[in-house]
Write a protein that binds this ligand. Structure first.
Ligand SMILES: Cc1cc2nc3c(=O)[nH]c(=O)nc-3n(C[C@H](O)[C@H](O)[C@H](O)COP(=O)(O)OP(=O)(O)OC[C@H]3O[C@@H](n4cnc5c(N)ncnc54)[C@H](O)[C@@H]3O)c2cc1C
Length: 337
């Protein structure tokens, strides 16, 4: 087990690349190591955060507690039939490595979620989604440790209360569970989902759809729109797309007839937050090294030496301007610490 270190820079552990120090820092690669760390009498009174890839976190100050990096690895086959395969994956596995592995095996279900940064353990937390897919459609079980009493718990898909960029782990149980493994059920006879944005077009340019071609197409589209974390810091979408009632939507459309929307099954409407921000002229805006990505207004970026506070201040100004014009209160998708 790695010993606990003091005053460690978290710059390389968060994809925004902002400077922040962890007062105490360690990683764990098994449940036993995790339990030892959580019960270490020298640190048991410290606030503790579990991190994966740091791709959905903005540090606005040093972390005055214990940062624990999840490195539980492994992919285990639980069930293998002609139609499906069920695998149990360590929460510390890299998400996109898992997607690549599954695509190479011919197991379908994760291909649209290619190239999302971060760890497998964080994937259920905000029910990661992209290109018309959400991880909730492949997860059958989440294994987690109760941080209070260290009892291992199992959550069925239903127990996770998955919703758009949301789950019980981002809500009621936020910070109360450590996800150790995630169980996925993948299809050996995959049905392709191409009806999102220009995915179908991109896939067709490459030939008949296969898992591999869909993955390649998704990666190409993402690379053309999103900053690479190694080149420019970000955490992907900074805000969630707001969801409004049909009454609210009618009112908004009466003053903004060109406002795009996605109808939801429950009669509500999802409005692209990037469009709202773009309308107000924020795309490409820069304040020092904190900025709005020039190709996607939903993504805030660190051009180099921005602090978390500077990025957070910019996000607040964007929220205010959206609220003043559209009377919509944008919710953060990123975890701000
Ligand atoms: C360029 C870019 C593009 C992105 N695109 C997308 C996208 O298309 N769709 C999408 O949904 N997201 C996207 N994201 C956001 C991010 O990749 C996901 O939210 C990812 O799941 C975060 O994983 P992580 O391991 O980095 O989590 P972290 O940032 O390390 O942690 C996020 C939160 O989860 C908690 N946490 C992490 N691991 C555990 C665990 N094992 N147990 C308990 N709590 C834990 C942390 O405490 C924190 O609150 C993008 C980010 C970037 C930088």
């Amino acid at each position: 087990m790695n010993p606990i270190s003091n005053n460690i820079s978290l710059k390389q552990y968060n994809t925004f690349g902002v400077e922040a120090k962890a007062r105490y820092f360690a990683s764990f690669s098994s449940e036993e190591e995790l339990k030892e760390l959580l019960t270490d009498p020298d640190y048991s009174n410290e606030q503790t955060i579990i991190m994966g890839g740091g791709s959905n976190i903005l540090f606005t100050s040093d972390y005055e507690g214990l940062v624990l990096i999840n490195q539980i690895k492994g992919i285990e086959i639980l069930e293998d039939t002609q139609e499906f395969i069920t695998i149990r994956v360590g929460a510390g596995e890299n998400w996109d490595d898992l997607v690549e592995y599954c695509v190479n095996q011919g197991w379908g279900g994760l291909e649209n979620l290619s190239y999302i940064p971060g760890s497998v353990g964080a994937s259920p937390i905000q029910n990661i989604g992209a290109y018309g897919a959400e991880v909730k459609d492949t997860i059958t079980m989440v294994h987690a440790l109760n941080r209070e009493n260290l009892i291992p718990l199992t959550y069925s898909n239903k127990d996770c209360l998955f919703d758009y960029r949301d789950s019980i782990f981002k809500n009621r149980l936020k910070g109360k569970r450590v996800i150790t493994h995630v169980v996925f059920k993948l299809s050996k006879k995959p049905v392709f989902h191409l009806n999102y944005g220009n995915l179908k077009e991109k896939v067709q340019q490459k030939g008949s759809p296969t898992l591999q071609i869909i993955r390649e197409a998704v990666i190409e589209i993402r690379k053309s729109k999103l900053p690479e974390p190694e080149e420019k810091g970000s955490a992907g979408s900074f805000f969630k797309n707001p969801v409004v009632t049909s009454k609210e939507f009618k009112k908004l459309r009466s003053t903004h007839p060109d406002m795009p929307s996605y109808p939801l099954p429950d009669n509500r409407y999802k409005i692209p937050a990037g469009w709202l921000i773009d309308q107000l002229g924020w795309k490409g805006h820069r304040e020092g090294d904190a900025g709005v990505h020039s190709k996607q207004a939903l993504v805030l970026v660190n051009h180099g030496k921005a602090s978390g506070k500077e990025i957070c201040r910019l996000s607040q100004r964007i929220r205010e301007s959206v609220c003043n014009t559209f009377h919509i209160d944008l919710e953060y998708e990123v975890n701000i610490l």
